[in-house]
Design a protein around this ligand. Sequence first.
Ligand code: ADP
Ligand code: MG
Ligand code: MG
Length: 924
Amino acid sequence: MDASTVAKKHVFSFEEGDGKNKKLLGGKGANLCEMTQIGLNVPPGFVITTEACLDYLASPGRALPAGLIEAVQAHMKALEQKTGKGFGDPENPLLVSVRSGSAISMPGMMDTILNLGLNRETLQGLIHQTDDPRFSYDAYRRFIQLFGKVALGVPDELFDKQFEEVKKKAHAKEDVGLSADDLEEVSERFLKVVEEHTGKPFPKEPFDQLEIAIKAVFSSWMGRRAVDYRKQFRITPDKANGTAVNVVTMVFGNRGNDSATGVGFTRNPGTGENKLYGEYLVNAQGEDVVAGIRTPKPMDRLDVEMPQIAKELAELRDKLESHYREVQDFEFTIERGQLYCLQTRNGKMNAQAMVRTSVEMHNDGLISKEEALLRIEPDLLEQMLFPRLDPKFKAEAVAQGLPASPGAAHGIAVFDADRAEQLGKDMGQKVILVREETKPEDIHGFFASQGILTSRGGKTSHAAVVARGMGKPCVAGAEGIAVDVARREAYVGETSFREGDVITIDGTSGKVYLGQIPTVEPDFTPELGTLLGWADTASKLKVMANADTPDDARRALKYGAVGIGLARTERMFNDVERLPIVIEMIVAETPEQRQAALDRLLPLQRKDFRDLFEVMSPNPVTIRLLDPPIHEFLPDEHQLERELNELHQLAETTRGMAVLAGAMGLLHASDKVRSDLDSMRRLVDPAMVEDAIAKKETMLRKVRALHETNPMLGHRGVRLGISFPEIYQMQIRAILEAAADCAKMGIEIQPQIKVPQVCTKQELIRVKSFVDSIHEEVKQRYGHPVNFKFGTMIEVVRACMRAESLAEAADFFSFGTNDLTQATFSFSREDAENKFLPLYNQSGILQDNPFEVLDVKGVGKLMKLAVEWGKQTRPDIHVGICGEHGGHPASIAFCHEAGLDYVSCSAPRVPVARLAAAHAALHA
Ligand code: ADP
Ligand code: MG
Ligand code: MG
């Protein structure tokens, strides 16, 4: 043995393993050690480390690390001593489970093997031990199937087929209808299945079984399911590397009606309610609860069925929570009245439950405010803003299942995961995955679906757990639905729906509807208000909103924004009633004509701004002057050409009609004919057509004149404001007059004028001169000055480079990181995202999409420089960000570090940003 092998201890008993070392022992193993050491009733066992797994995978030809087998043997000896049983002992056999578990829990990545150690001889021992042949054969056939499937790669269907045959022969509808003899036959058939499929007899030596199982667990780390899962959830080696193996003495929940198996949450993972939550099955083993084969009973029933155990579970719950100071998701088994805890981990909860438990655990003195904030991933909060079904909409549910993961969703029904992926991901359709029950191999279907519907299984079934983790709505165990996967159809009572039919599921109530049901915005819970209040106290960054309308602004306020960081005025121009005036302004041939149109726009804009100011009073409202190239408001050139063509044809037709009318009038002199002709003439007035042609031609000329080769780098933003000063002047006047109106009404406001696309101070000075002279005028007229701030977007590279100069003319900087990212990379966003960015991301040339995740190294560096230089000129300059990145937690952390004063993001991201800002401050 060389030094490194000596130094590495590969196997730890539950009494000795370090419960904090999840990287080495895996989450499951570390917690089994921890629970053992704090005195909970865990069956004896040991953990083989993730290091051993990595050594195994790295070794040529995949050999177990030196000394591992010996260590395992020694630990098995210890288990024998503890239990008084013998591994392979035909009189009194010791049976174990072999369970995988890495640092991060990956639900269902590798199935657990139960009852390992059974063979024909030890089986007799088990019968003798338990005096229960039926139970023993049941354990045996389960072991053969699980071991065959998991460790030897025998397809499940081969076993299922044999099992069904025996069931048919025995005239048994349910598994429980099978006798010991039937199960013995099943076991024998299973042994044959394995032998035929693998070409070798089923391994009967318990130690051989154990070694094969350990290797299978190790290898599963590189299996497709595991590799896909890690990729999807970005589980990198620094987070979890290799899987540990847990070998645990078997305990049996299927020893009769005083035995059971179940899963529990120390608090309700759907609502956060401070009450034991979970499900159990009497007389059942292991995965029965999770697999959804029988629908389990809710935990409350235990008070009646097994009151003593219910009491013990309540104690277990208290011990787990006070030790872990976190909601626990645990597995337990009751063997003949004896309670064992088989697993615990931090509970995965939806956002509502996370928020409520954070607030309540702090109020109970279990955790600090900081911990209450830090245990919630900011992005999770977006779930709380998930739509729910419109309560006013009356619809009849066709089926009722369990509310397994909240939120409402609609989509077309699909019946298998591959179809879900095809239609949902590749074709971009909204789909609901409908299954009898789901399995780990369906995971790609979850990603592609809006929601999940299953006809079997409980709230802790695979479908429910995975959907909750992903924050997707799920209705589980909707037993009224019969799913026929082969025919891609589901039957519900009298009706049915097939693939392609739209259905709606409500994961909050468990109801299923045919067709699409409208949804409404969710409410802010009081707990969320409390938590975000703590967040605001902890954070340094303020959170503002990007909002253009009073409705947006009200929503932003409700979500806790302390101002508007970006109000885009182009949205106001695009309003259907205003667009004609805007077009008139654009196509105006003379300054007078243009002014006339602007005069009509002025009162409209003034009202827009006044409404925004009023809603947001007394918070700041930052209005960006018109930004896009002006031809964006005009019709498309080709469309105009087509329309002109049609008008010219119509002109000819009307001329023809006039000729026809004349001719007919000469031939028939009756009153009837004359009146018909009149109405025909009135139908289309030739003068009107000519007028329309003239207007369209002017428009077309204008559109052609305004054509730009590269509009996003062309005549837009401040450049437009300088070449058509009347437009900016109108907007500035509207802002200042609205502000003066508010002041007169005693409404406290903070207007801010923001200039887009600036690259030199001279531009700012020019616009500022408009502002100053209009302000002077407004002051004269209203008899008092208006308080306002004047600043600039920073969204071109030169603006960053000249920040110290721009700061001379600006009270604030607002980073427009969408444009700044385009400018820094010289990527146009649409082209990048449609053409090469996915490839860049996949091949690792770029880690992230810089339009989603702020490119800290490049764009961020520019921002830091601009902040530093801007502050040199004006130390109190107010700096924020209003690009989409402003709502992205990692980017928010950067903004905190770069010394920004605020982030501004869309209203639904505001809660996320508030929590992210607190995290940034607490991590700093
Ligand atoms: P997972 O990672 O999928 O949760 P587990 O290793 O927890 O897998 O095992 C799956 C099921 O088998 C659980 O219900 C667990 O309680 C049960 N189980 C595992 N080991 C034992 C054991 N030693 N005795 C009885 N049941 C066990
Ligand atoms: Mg598993
Ligand atoms: Mg488990």
